[in-house]
Write a protein that binds this ligand. Structure first.
Ligand code: PGA
Length: 263
């Protein structure tokens, strides 16, 4: 796991957008797994800038979103489908027929989840998966205790997730109790993973998933089992890590490390 500590939220957003842009430039028909939440807002703004300023081309990529609330229509203002359209898709030249967000208002979630997994497979699997992290260590809506082998399915949300996400709704009672979420197994199948986090509220959980034991009670710790994970944190989110000097040294001396290992 490579850990990059950015000075602040803006730098975290720029580094992560550049990371994605580099992958799109390298592989025009990239399959990209995408996340919602406050954390990636700056990253999406930067990607839109890269499209407008430098012509970053989204036309051939395929995207799969991590999750969606059960019961919300895709046009509902609190749906993740709406979030994605507002914050990135409508501002870039994406091909809407290659955009996949779980369908929260499906009549048959079980069949839908199987279909979603098949679609990911048909697209050749996810090349790069973007993740945020919840205060309780969840990635997507894989709440504490989720199986590391889990695939896309319906998950019940934890109390703190409902509390955290209530800021987007009129009241806590309006927050859906269930979501369709890619599983940890689905996420671990991605070829590369980029997790971003910012703010002091994430400091404790970032130290736990990066430096603590692998445990299903912090589902992000499953990323320790993946061979190609990059984590970009701002200084606040990194403030409880114990090996920051080591991470900084690796970042500043990457050219030396690459020379030594011949890659
Ligand atoms: P946030 O959510 O980006 O709004 O903090 C992250 C998450 O819960 O995965």
């Amino acid at each position: 796991m490579e850990v990059i500590i950015a000075d602040n939220y803006d730098e975290m957003s720029k580094i992560s957008a550049e990371f994605i842009a580099a992958e799109i430039r390298r592989k025009h028909d990239l399959t990209l797994g995408l996340a919602t939440g406050d954390t990636p807002l700056g990253m999406y703004r930067e990607l839109v800038n890269l499209h407008k300023r430098e012509g970053l081309d989204f036309s051939k990529i395929t995207t799969f979103n991590l999750d969606e609330y059960v019961g919300l229509d895709p046009l509902h203002k609190n749906s993740y489908n709406y979030f994605m359209n507002e914050n990135i898709f409508k501002h870039v030249n994406i091909n809407q027929s290659k955009v996949f967000v779980p369908q929260g208002n499906t009549n048959d979630p079980e069949i839908f989840c199987e279909w979603y997994e098949n679609k990911i497979n048909d697209a050749g699997g996810i090349d790069l998966q973007i993740l945020g992290i919840g205060r309780n260590g969840h990635i997507a809506f894989n709440e504490p205790g989720s199986s590391f082998a889990s695939r896309t399915r319906v998950k019940a949300l934890y109390k703190e997730t409902i509390e955290d996400n209530s800021r987007f709704f009129n009241s806590q009672d309006d927050v859906p109790r269930f979501a369709i979420s890619m599983g940890i197994g689905t996420i671990l199948d991605a070829k590369k993973i980029l997790l971003i986090a910012n703010g002091i509220k994430k400091a404790d959980v970032c130290a736990k998933f990066i430096e603590g034991p692998v445990t299903s009670m912090i589902t992000a710790s499953a990323l320790q089992l993946h061979s190609n994970v990059t984590v970009v944190l701002d200084k606040d989110a990194a403030s409880q890590l114990t090996r920051t000097e080591y991470y900084d040294w690796i970042r500043n001396n990457k050219h030396l490390v690459q020379k030594m290992i011949g890659s």
